[in-house]
Every structure is written in structure tokens, then in C-alpha cells.
Ligand binder design. Structure first.
Ligand code: IMP
Length: 432
């Protein structure tokens, strides 16, 4: 079956956007199945840089159809902005090319206010959410009072439900977080008017998807965030509120349980995290600043969505082995190998010392305080001096860079099919 899944192996920001862009060259349909505009995917093509938060990155290729699946939470305001920006950059975005599942839940400005107020109230225990309203929207979905995209098509009842929603959140904001009252009437009118603009795009794509799979067309599902932010299997509670792992596609796209050809795990050549939570291989000081970059380039380690500096560290094989296992990954893409150029030596965390035991794979359900107490065990490899951003073939990589990749394959048990050495579409080394 021609289903391909691209999934992040870390805490998001692995460079999925640029990898998905490359993989989409062979795909007929590109889909998002989870999360919302907490995601930020960057694709650079020639002089143009596209920033995507909701629309699948594969839409940049003119032959693809893009689907925003039912497992997603969608903020109509950011989606409309994103659509306008893409249209201005010359990307065609008619309802023929873009499908929004009627099952996707809608994020309102009230969800965002609630998200921010809740995280602020957590004080020292804050998750450091993106403040995009992701958690409160999934809460409403689970509480069966959410607003679904399909409801936009019934304007009268939609308006009534939206007003009820704003009133409820207004009461919560005032009573629990002592916030100023919302102007429910005008918020309802403005938000309903904006959300209604999406009506032509709200169309069920399930049959389209199944027909494509049956006829052998490639369907590429693009995971948002990363495995370690999965609501169930991530570093709970410092996670997002959706299933970011590969299994999320079956429920998030109504695909049924189907064989999947390729499950492509995407990992940076080092580790990053934005927001709070355990990070055993975290670095500080000069080395961290060197890996993070100054922020002058769009590919430096600053959040695409929030602009926050990312925490950085050495590649952690305990986490990578876990991510490979729970996603069923059968190939790896390594991004940002070029950033390691010039380091005299490179460390890889091969195991943790945990409670006097040596552990090579993350134990399921480890508490944050237990993970904070884990002591990483490192293997040290020689670095390389050469700038590798112009390398396009394996044989042209410095020997130490080849050894780093081979060691990574050996330690993860998965072969590497692609290495990216820069943000441009062609800055890639294919190994297959
Ligand atoms: P939320 O998804 O906004 O609720 O944030 C929950 C956690 O996930 C926070 O630590 C965020 O920084 C992190 N997070 C959410 N989306 C992304 C992403 O796309 N990349 C990296 N981290 C993310």
C-alpha cells in the first residue's frame, strides 16, 4: 500500500517541513492528521521561504492535493492568514486542492486566552505551551462540547453554539483566572464571519483518500510536533494534547488499519526542545549557543511559531530507540548534520544511568523527576572541520561525518535514507 508517514523522533522541530517537501515530489495527496497551528514547518525553495502552520508542507508542489484531517484542531484565523500568504507566493489553493475535514475541531480566540491563562496559573510547573489554544480545544472535543468545522456549513446553529462557547469560557476566565469580561456579542459576530470564509473548503476527503490508496497513488501523512510530545507516549505532562506518533494517522484521517510502506523517522543530528520538561542531554554555555545559532537565519534554533530560543543538547539514542520502536520506523532522515561541522568532537548519549541501572531505551511511563535524575552515558566521536553544505553525495562527506551516521544507524538499528545539510531543497544527500 502506498502510504508513507513522516514522523518526528524528538520534541518537534526536527525539520519535518523540508523533508516532507522532498518526499511530496512523489505524492498525490499530502495530509496533516494531528495538532494545529502550534506546529511550524519551514520550507525553502530558491529565494522563497514558506512558513506553514496548518497546511501540509507538500502543498508547495503544484500537483498535490492537501488534506487537513479530522484529528486536527484548526484556528480559522491563522488558516486564512496562511492561505493568503501562500496565495501571494503563487501557490494555488482552490477547494479542488485543499480539503478541510468536517470533523476537525475549531480553535477560537477564547481557547487561546484560556490556554495562556491556564499555563500562566501553573507558575513554576508551566508546560510552556505555544499559547495557541491547543489543549483547551482538545478538552472541549473530549468533553463533547467542541465546535467542528462541519458546523460552519449550518450558519444559524453555528452562531448559537459559538456564542454559548464564548459565554462558557468567559465565565471560566473570570471565575478561575480573574480576567476581564469578554465582549461575547462582538467576538461571536467577528469570529463567525471569519470562520465562514472556510466553508468552500470543508469537504469530506475520506473517499478521495481511500480511492487514491486503492489506485496506487502515494499518500503522504505529515506528523506535527514529535514523538516525545505525544499525549500518551511523550514526556507527560510536558507534551501536547494530540497523538503525534505514526498511529495517529489511522484515527486522524479515517484510514482504517492499513499496511504502511514507509515510516520515515526524522531526527536532527543533535537534540532540541522548546518549552519545559526533562532533557537529559541538555547543554548550556558556549556550546549550546553555538548549536542554537544567533537567530539571524530562519533555520537557527528559535521556534517557528513562538520565536522562543530552543534548548539544545547532544543526540540521545535512549530516546531515539524508543521513538523508532513505538512508531515502527523503517528508515531515518537526519537533518542539520551541517551544524555539527567544526566541532572538535561529538558526543552521542548511548544509555542512561537510572537508579543504579543502565538503560538503553526509555522506560514507559517514566516520571519527569525520574527522567531529570537520569545520567546520560556518552560515546565520543571525532568531529570534522569541513563545511559540508555543498556535499550532495555520501562519498564526498568527510570520513568522521560518515562514521557519525554509521554509528547512529548501528545504535538505532535503522538505516539512514536521507541526510540534509542545509535548508535549501537541494541540500540533501540521498542514500537509497
Ligand atoms: P501546546 O501544543 O501549545 O499545548 O504546547 C505543549 C508543549 O509542546 C510545549 O512544550 C510546546 O513548546 C511544545 N510544542 C507544541 N508544538 C510544538 C512544535 O510544533 N514544535 C516544538 N514544540 C512544540
Amino acid at each position: 500500500m502506498p502510504i508513507h508517514i513522516a514522523v518526528g523522533m524528538q520534541w518537534g522541530d526536527e525539520g519535518k517541513g523540508r523533508v516532507v517537501d522532498l518526499l511530496s515530489a512523489d505524492a498525490a495527496i499530502v495530509c496533516r492528521y494531528n495538532g494545529g497551528d502550534n506546529a511550524g514547518h519551514t520550507v525553502t525553495v530558491g529565494k522563497k521561504t514558506f512558513k506553514l502552520h496548518l497546511i501540509p508542507s507538500g502543498i508547495i508542489h503544484s500537483h498535490t492535493i492537501g488534506i487537513l484531517g479530522g484529528g486536527m484542531v484548526i484556528n480559522p484565523l491563522t488558516l486564512l492568514d496562511e492561505m493568503n500568504a501562500l496565495k501571494l507566493s503563487g501557490i494555488e489553493l482552490s477547494p479542488r486542492r485543499l480539503y478541510i475535514s468536517p470533523l476537525a475541531h475549531l480553535i477560537t480566540p477564547a481557547h487561546r486566552l484560556l490556554d495562556q491563562a491556564e499555563d500562566e496559573a501553573r507558575g513554576k510547573g508551566a508546560i510552556g505551551t505555544t499559547g495557541r489554544g491547543i489543549g483547551p480545544t482538545y478538552i472541549d472535543k473530549a468533553a463533547r462540547r467542541g465546535l467542528r468545522a462541519g458546523e460552519i456549513l449550518e450558519p444559524e446553529s453555528f452562531r448559537v453554539k459559538v456564542k454559548q462557547h464564548f459565554k462558557l469560557v468567559d465565565r471560566q476566565l473570570q471565575s478561575l483566572f480573574h480576567k476581564e469580561p469578554l465582549d461575547v456579542e462582538s467576538m461571536t459576530a467577528e469570529w463567525v464571519a471569519a470562520a465562514s470564509k472556510l466553508a468552500p473548503y470543508i469537504q469530506d476527503a475520506t473517499t478521495l483518500l481511500h480511492d487514491a490508496v486503492r489506485s496506487g497513488d502515494t499518500v503522504l501523512a505529515e506528523g506535527a510536533q514529535g514523538t516525545l510530545l505525544d499525549l500518551d507516549y511523550g514526556t507527560y505532562p510536558f507534551v501536547t494534547s494530540s497523538n503525534t506518533t505514526a498511529t495517529g494517522i489511522f484515527s486522524g484521517l479515517a484510514l482504517g488499519i492499513m499496511p504502511v510502506d514507509r515510516i520515515i523517522g526524522i531526527t536532527k543530528a543533535f537534540q532540541t526542545r522548546v518549552g519545559a520538561g526533562p532533557f537529559p542531554t541538555e547543554l548550556s554555555g558556549e556550546l549550546a549557543a553555538r548549536l542554537r545559532g544567533t537567530g539571524a537565519n530562519p533555520w537557527d534554533e528559535y521556534g517557528t511559531t513562538t520565536g522562543r530560543p530552543r534548548r539544545v543538547g547532544w543526540l540521545d539514542m535512549v530516546l531515539l530507540r524508543y521513538a523508532v520502536m513505538i512508531n515502527g520506523v523503517n528508515e531515518l532522515c537526519i537533518t542539520k548534520l551541517d551544524i555539527l561541522s567544526g566541532l572538535p568532537e561529538i558526543h552521542i548519549c548511548t544509555s542512561y544511568k537510572l537508579d543504579g541501572r543502565e538503560c538503553e531505551i526509555l522506560p514507559m511511563g517514566l516520571l519527569p523527576e525520574q527522567m531529570n535524575a537520569a545520567r546520560p552515558v556518552y560515546e565520543t566521536l571525532p568531529g570534522w572541520k569541513e563545511n559540508i553544505t555543498a556535499v550532495r553525495a555520501w562519498k564526498d562527506l568527510p570520513k568522521s561525518a560518515q562514521d557519525y551516521i554509521r554509528q547512529l544507524e548501528m545504535l538505532s538499528g535503522v538505516h539512514v535514507s536521507m541526510i540534509s545539510v542545509g535548508p535549501e531543497r537541494d541540500q540533501v544527500i540521498r542514500l537509497d
